[in-house]
Design a protein. Structure first.
Length: 426
């Protein structure tokens, strides 16, 4: 059985979440990094998981053929790693027949997941870059998630100076452009991005929360679900006017155990807020009865579409035979103008977003897979009532979610993905 993208005539999975040199939205960062390398400098690259660090490093290596790159993943380095041997391994055939100990091209050392690097390796690398009698390494690029460098001395940070590149999470429009580029099939001249309704795209982008890797994985789930369920009658492949709606995408992610409840609640809250604003703006032009009808219509339409989508996709999972489409071809209303305000993800740092008590609770949850109220309160030495109030605030901030009942019958809590990413920059 071949995968879904073969049916759509892609040679490989366009939504592959592994590092990819085809980037969007980081052109300025690429030029900045290439400039540091060209000037033979030491530089530091950091950003949250999925922000594109490894993809950027891959792109730079491909676009600078006059340099030879030694790429190290510090998480996977053996204890007996030999930097000198790694440099010798980058020699070309002509270097070897000329009996050269080092490559002719300018050697650039890239250390990914830098936080896991043995400090002794860093000292050796710095010596090979800085020592005028050696200088076997022309430039060093360090990359990690956190902006805090904890495994180097202060003198090293001083030497680094302000040669720091921060990769912020991509904004929503750029995330959409990533999907548009990935889903465009050049051989068939079909862009399968158009098979996703605007509200479905908005949903996938918001759930991904600035993480490109997660966006690709979620969208892959949507396309793979259609192929697995409908095979040769897949409406994405055979119906030009077919569009995956928001309720369908929501249910597909739910089937794959992705938490979407916070987004759905956010949409409903935004619709209510928009309806109230509409009522205020139109008060002079419309009577109160008409305003009430507008509010009711917006809420009813959202609820109805959600219910229809749930029913249709649930049937697709369990009942609908393969020859029937996932979403029927009749006219189906999209959510009207529900464009959620985009969060300033880069500004949501751990210290700014959470109080000291909230930070203590989050750190406690970070050390365990799931904990009850009593367990958290005991762990951080906080009164039950106060701890319960802190949990309520964290739930409003979408930092924790309930995992259901624990073995002792009490509700258990765990961190959301967004909270984990905020904490990792601390």
């Amino acid at each position: 059985m071949f995968p879904w993208y073969k049916q759509l005539q892609f040679s490989e999975n366009p939504l592959d979440a592994r590092p990819n040199a085809k980037m969007i939205g980081m052109e300025d960062k690429e030029e900045q990094l290439k400039n540091f390398i060209a000037k033979e400098e030491l530089c530091f690259l950091h950003g949250l998981t999925g922000a594109g660090k490894t993809s950027l490093l891959k792109r730079v290596q491909e676009s600078m053929p006059d340099h030879t790159f030694v790429y190290l993943d510090a998480d996977a380095l053996p204890k007996d790693f030999d930097l000198a041997a790694a440099l010798r391994g980058k020699r070309t055939f002509f270097d070897m027949i000329r009996m050269r100990d080092l490559p002719t091209k300018k050697a650039v050392l890239i250390v990914d997941e830098f936080q896991a690097t043995d400090p002794r390796l860093i000292l050796e690398a710095r010596s090979r870059w800085e020592n005028p009698n050696e200088r076997q390494i022309k430039s060093i690029v360090l990359a990690q998630i956190s902006e805090q460098m904890k495994n180097v001395p202060g003198s090293f940070k001083d030497r680094l100076g302000n040669r720091v590149i921060h990769l912020a999470p991509l904004d929503n429009e750029t995330m959409k452009k990533v999907l548009q580029q990935r889903l465009s099939n050049q051989s068939t001249k079909i862009n399968y991005y158009d098979r996703l309704s605007p509200s479905a795209v908005d949903f996938l982008v918001h759930i991904a929360d600035g993480n490109v890797r997660r966006l690709l994985e979620f969208t892959d789930m949507v396309f793979d679900f259609h192929w697995q369920r409908f095979q040769d009658t897949n409406p994405i492949a055979h119906k030009e006017d077919y569009k995956v709606t928001f309720p369908a995408a929501k249910e597909i992610l739910r089937v794959n155990n992705i938490n979407v409840d916070s987004y759905v609640a956010q949409v409903e809250k935004y619709v209510e807020k928009t309806a109230k604003k509409l009522g205020k703006d139109e008060k002079k032009k419309e009577d109160k009865k008409e305003i009430k009808e507008v509010k009711t219509e917006m809420k009813t339409e959202l609820k109805q579409e959600a219910e229809e989508g749930t029913e249709l996709v649930s049937e697709a999972v369990t009942q609908i035979p393969p020859e029937e489409p996932l979403i029927v071809a009749k006219e189906e209303k999209e959510i009207p103008a529900v464009v959620l305000p985009e969060p300033n993800r880069a500004a949501l740092t751990f210290d700014k977003e959470f109080t000291l008590a909230e930070q203590n609770v989050l750190r406690s949850l970070g050390r365990h897979e799931a904990m009850t109220l009593k367990q958290i309160a005991t762990d951080i030495h906080l009164e039950i009532n106060k701890c319960n109030g802190v949990l309520a605030n964290l739930k409003k901030k979408n930092a924790i979610i309930s995992t259901g009942k624990s073995t002792d019958g009490e509700k258990a809590w765990q961190l959301t993905e967004s909270a984990k990413r905020t904490m990792v920059t601390k």
